[in-house]
Design a protein around this ligand. Structure first.
Ligand code: GAL
Length: 438
């Protein structure tokens, strides 16, 4: 800026007419690489709002949901330029590293996708990287529009730090209805029934389970459902608070059951993504998949209908429990266009925003006052379960534990996939818990 001032002063104002002077200044700015437009009064033009939203929503369903929220934003703020900064890779398996680098180097996006709970609070809020946004809720009269328990897990020291845009359920088994009907199978309700179904399918030469655990998280996702099924909601929940000891026999039983299921998955699981696994179910290459209900968004984006081509049940043995996670958006300190970001958070928290996003995303709104009639049969069933079931936090998706703990669990499970050594994996998980349970 100083360099620029010196160059301007070298021109004699008497010799330059005002229009010429303006053109020269703009030329100089251009030369200096500073694309600043000036008003007739010589002041910098106010820049059009520029909103950069960072997420990992690139697959069918989730990309459409995000686009629907962008549409609402654009309709409200037509001059805003939206930068859709996505990094592909389910569960943020690639995005989180990119975000980390950006945040550490002082280059935050205006807002970013982050899971409600430990991921938000432990990774970003405690580190002082986020601004409180209680004012968004207060100014819009929305403090009571969200479940209190959800507000609690996005709050720290009395302030709210993100806008939860949805509620997802992780403990769902999705199945290809035609394969089940053709083979006279009914969806399993217990672990033993699940194994029987898998055997029946395998005998017919059909791969029972589709798994896409490129990036490992989808395996941990499967394990969390097995843990819930084996332990029940109270003891599962206690794993993350210290109330349930990790060295009880249930962990070993869960790992053995998990190993049993791994015998029935597609052999190329390590190179596939969650959506490729979902596609295997659509194509009839596999009969079932265990995944969060973003799969429902994917199925619908591919033209399928709930209860038409695909069906669902809670992961066998977990009926009555809703393993939850929530995607949210926050306000990083130093957001380049803070005003545009606050407007984004307001759209994401609004009923209109949530009712546009969630039916496509395959999630239910986090607000309690949304329009139920916009949601399909699966999503209405999820809304009912969310109201009546015991809610437990997903570990894979940031609700139950700090990211450091989750990544240690992922490391243990990555080895387990190779050696299926229950004792070794138990020891690894127990050691990780010792480090994190307070
Ligand atoms: C989860 C996220 C979902 C969905 C999924 C697959 O972690 O909460 O919204 O994006 O990953 O990428």
């Amino acid at each position: 800026m100083k360099r620029f001032a010196a160059m301007v002063c070298s021109h004699s104002p008497q010799r330059l007419g005002a229009p010429i002077r303006l053109v020269s200044l703009i030329g100089l700015f251009a030369l200096l690489g500073a694309p600043v437009a000036l008003t007739a009064a010589g002041k910098p033009e106010p820049r059009d709002p520029r909103l950069e939203i960072f997420s990992w929503w690139t697959a069918g369903g989730e990309a459409e949901g995000l686009a629907a929220m962008f549409e609402i934003y654009r309709a409200k703020y037509p001059t805003a330029q939206i930068i859709n900064a996505t990094v592909a890779g389910g569960a943020g398996s690639n995005a989180k590293a990119v975000l980390d680098t950006r945040m550490q180097s002082g280059n935050p996006p205006d807002s970013f996708q982050v899971h409600a709970g430990h991921e938000l609070i432990d990774s970003w809020v405690r580190a002082g990287k986020m601004e409180p946004i209680t004012f968004v809720f207060r100014e819009n009269g929305w403090l009571n529009a969200f479940p209190k328990d959800l507000i609690d897990i996005i709050s720290y020291k009395g302030e709210i730090y993100s806008v939860p845009v949805n509620i997802h359920r992780s403990n769902v088994l999705w199945y290809n209805k035609k394969i089940f009907a053709d083979n006279g199978l009914v969806p399993p309700a217990s672990f033993d029934q699940l194994v029987k179904v898998c055997d029946a399918l395998a005998t017919k030469g059909i791969t029972p389970f589709a798994l896409g655990d490129n990036g490992i998280w989808a395996s941990v996702h499967l394990l969390e459902s097995v843990l819930l099924s084996t332990m029940g909601p109270v003891r599962y929940k206690g794993l993350w608070t210290g109330a349930t000891p990790w060295d009880g026999g249930e962990l070993r039983t869960s790992l053995s059951r998990f190993a049993t299921l791994l015998h029935y998955v597609n052999t190329d699981h390590a190179t596939q993504s969650w959506d490729a696994a979902a596609q295997y179910v659509i194509d009839g290459k596999c009969a079932m998949t265990v995944m969060g209900d973003w799969v429902e968004g994917y199925f619908k984006a591919k033209g399928l209908t709930p209860n038409g081509e695909f069906g669902w049940v809670p992961f066998p043995g977990t009926k009555g429990s809703f393993m939850m996670l929530s995607d949210s958006f926050g306000l990083p300190r130093g957001a380049p266009d803070r005003d545009a970001a606050v407007k984004w958070l307001t759209v994401a928290a609004s009923r209109e925003g949530q009712d546009a996003f969630n039916p496509k995303k395959g999630s239910i709104p986090s607000r309690t006052d949304c329009n139920r009639s916009l949601y399909d049969a699966y999503l209405q069933s999820a809304m009912d379960s969310f109201r009546t079931d015991t809610i437990v936090p997903s570990v894979t998706h940031g609700a139950a534990a700090a990211e450091g703990w989750v990544s240690q669990i992922q490391d243990v499970i990555a080895l387990f996939l190779c050696d299926l050594d229950v004792e070794k994996a138990s020891a690894g998980l127990i050691a990780a818990a010792r480090e994190y349970v307070r």
